[in-house]
Write a new protein. Structure first.
Length: 74
């Protein structure tokens, strides 16, 4: 995977906390920030998925269980 550099301005207290966290746990800051961004993007995707499935029709559990039993899933 190729890498690129990004630049962001953050509060100096947040930067100090990040430095202390990474130093105390032996974590590479670049890795920590990359993982944090990935986690946040996944959260946004999950939120969008939830919005979509809220409008999907539901079925009674008894119906689902009967179908699974009929199809050999239970």
């Amino acid at each position: 995977m190729s890498t690129v550099q990004i630049n962001a301005r953050i509060d100096s207290r947040l930067k100090q906390a990040l430095d202390a966290f990474c130093q105390s746990r032996g974590v590479v800051m670049n890795h920590f920030i990359q993982e944090a961004i990935l986690d946040r993007l996944e959260e946004f995707e999950d939120i969008e998925d939830l919005k979509q499935i809220r409008h999907e029709p539901t079925r009674p559990l008894a119906e689902v269980l009967a179908e699974l039993k009929r199809d050999g899933g239970l």
